[in-house]
Design a protein around this ligand. Structure first.
Ligand SMILES: CC(C)(COP(=O)(O)OP(=O)(O)OC[C@H]1O[C@@H](n2cnc3c(N)ncnc32)[C@H](O)[C@@H]1OP(=O)(O)O)[C@@H](O)C(=O)NCCC(=O)NCCS
Length: 228
């Protein structure tokens, strides 16, 4: 999402040896059957995300977030489309079965592996649920799953950006134990306090005690190190 570092175009050319079938290690997280929802999960790299699902994700994000984004850095269609198509973008998508052979996406998480001061972290770019899927525990389930994925891969933190105006999301993150990261956006002159906060949930002790990764230049390299 905007408000943080963006990736370099040359990542497209990176050699890849990383996992594309992440879900096979997590049978308990392949389905979500609670509170009237009966969903199945899929994992995608941006390049494998079906076009209709990318279109749906964009539309859902715009519907849920445009007003809220406008309280912080503003909404731009092109920026969101670029984010969704970035080669380092990873997605979990939860589908509802409509009929045999037909299913409808209901929620997605967009995340990336990133290097934060020399340590690997998992950055949650976006979690978006259709209105009909909200307040049924799915957001909590997906965030817990992300944490597990990050923890198992050796990420030190799950980080994310939340808009101050998004009180529902902020309530969920607080409940899940997220706290303010030590690095926060600085106030830009004449613009008042930033409309967003960087949150973190640490999974291992803070940085000084950590073994630093060898320097990496982008998130696909980092992912190769994590899973390589
Ligand atoms: C925010 C969002 C991801 C939460 O997911 P969810 O499945 O609706 O939330 P859950 O049912 O898992 O709720 C988990 C906890 O979050 C908090 N919470 C969630 N929605 C809330 C709301 N509307 N108001 C207050 N607290 C809320 C509650 O503490 C809740 O725990 P409880 O049910 O025991 O009270 C989801 O509502 C959503 O997609 N909203 C629109 C998009 C968005 O804001 N995304 C986040 C961008 S940073």
């Amino acid at each position: 999402m905007q408000g943080k570092k963006s990736a370099k175009g040359k990542e497209r050319k990176q050699q890849r040896k990383v996992v594309t079938d992440l879900l096979k290690d997590y049978p308990a997280f392949q389905q979500y059957n609670r509170n009237g929802l009966d969903l199945s999960l899929e994992y995608y790299w941006a390049e494998g995300l079906p076009q209709n699902v990318q279109d749906w994700a964009f539309t859902l994000c715009k519907k849920n977030m445009e007003d809220i984004y406008n309280t912080a850095w503003g909404w731009k269609d092109e920026t969101k489309l670029e984010e969704l198509a970035a080669p380092e973008a990873r997605f979990l998508v939860a589908y509802d079965k409509v009929s045999d052979g037909e299913r409808r996406p209901m929620a997605y998480v967009h995340f990336r592996w990133e290097d934060e001061d020399g340590v690997p972290i998992l950055y949650c770019y976006e979690i978006q649920l259709e209105a009909a899927a909200q307040r049924k525990g799915l957001g909590r389930f997906l965030m817990k799953f992300l944490e597990l994925i990050g923890r198992k891969a050796g990420a030190h933190e799950v980080m994310l950006t939340v808009m101050k105006a998004n009180t529902a999301a902020a309530a969920m993150y607080a409940k899940l134990g997220y706290v303010e990261h030590e690095d926060q956006p600085e106030e830009e002159e004449g613009k008042g306090p930033p409309g967003y906060t960087i949150l973190t949930r640490r999974m291992v002790a803070a940085a000084p005690a950590q073994r630093a990764l060898r320097p990496v230049t982008n998130s696909i390299q980092l992912e190769n190190i994590i899973f390589g």
